[in-house]
Design a binder for this molecule. Structure first.
Ligand SMILES: C[S@@+](CC[C@H](N)C(=O)[O-])C[C@H]1O[C@@H](n2cnc3c(N)ncnc32)[C@H](O)[C@@H]1O
Length: 183
């Protein structure tokens, strides 16, 4: 939530929470945003629906059809109104190609200002101990990726990458990808 506020989120924004799980972010973002301004996707519909009923102070603020089952980052039925997207702790557990797919598919949102996502960084071809102790791998979850590869992937998808200095749990690194329509 802090990362989104730091990137200028206001209650008027339309947020897409990619890999939102049981609404760990949603339980703060849904009450903050205007009703209907939150959309979540995840591979597990059951997890999202459970989160909606158990985590939200007022589930009525989040229509059930704003929680979209999507394991391929195609974002089906998510409307063009989306202005901010976040994927927290998602690409840390998925092959790097999924980040490229997601960014490429996010280009269809004309009002998008920024895509925030987290990864573990390392250019070591061996398992790497991150600052707070979690061990990441180049070829299995939790994955790490070289910083240059992130910059390249974001650029190939047509966005501009910037790395945040903010320290995140488990040594994840927060990135923002800014789409080309933003000057
Ligand atoms: C570590 S959890 C993070 C959940 C949430 N973003 C948070 O910060 O609490 C990773 C989430 O990614 C989802 N996920 C895994 N593979 C996915 C895929 N291919 N497409 C969409 N979501 C996926 C999982 O179901 C899980 O909810």
């Amino acid at each position: 939530m802090t990362a989104l506020l730091d990137h200028g989120m206001t209650p008027d924004d339309f947020l897409l929470d990619i890999g939102c799980g049981a609404l760990r972010l949603g339980h703060k973002a849904v009450p903050y945003l205007k009703p209907g301004h939150y959309w979540g996707t995840d591979a597990s519909l059951a997890l999202m629906r459970h989160g909606r009923l158990t985590e939200l102070p007022d589930p009525a603020r989040l229509p059930e059809d704003h929680l979209v089952q999507d394991a391929t980052f195609a974002f089906p039925t998510v409307p063009d109104t989306i202005t901010l997207a976040i994927a927290f702790g998602v690409f840390t557990h998925l092959p790097h190609a999924d980040l490229q797919t997601a960014l490429t598919n996010l280009r269809r949102f004309p009002n998008l200002r920024s895509v925030l996502f987290t990864v573990f960084l390392s250019d070591d071809p061996c398992p790497t101990r991150q600052p707070d102790g979690v061990v990441t791998h180049p070829d299995r979850p939790p994955y790490h990726v070289a910083e240059e590869r992130i910059v390249q992937t974001v650029a190939e998808a047509g966005f501009t990458a910037s790395r945040s200095a903010q320290l995140l749990p488990r040594g994840q690194v927060l990135w923002a990808a800014v789409p080309p329509q933003i000057p």
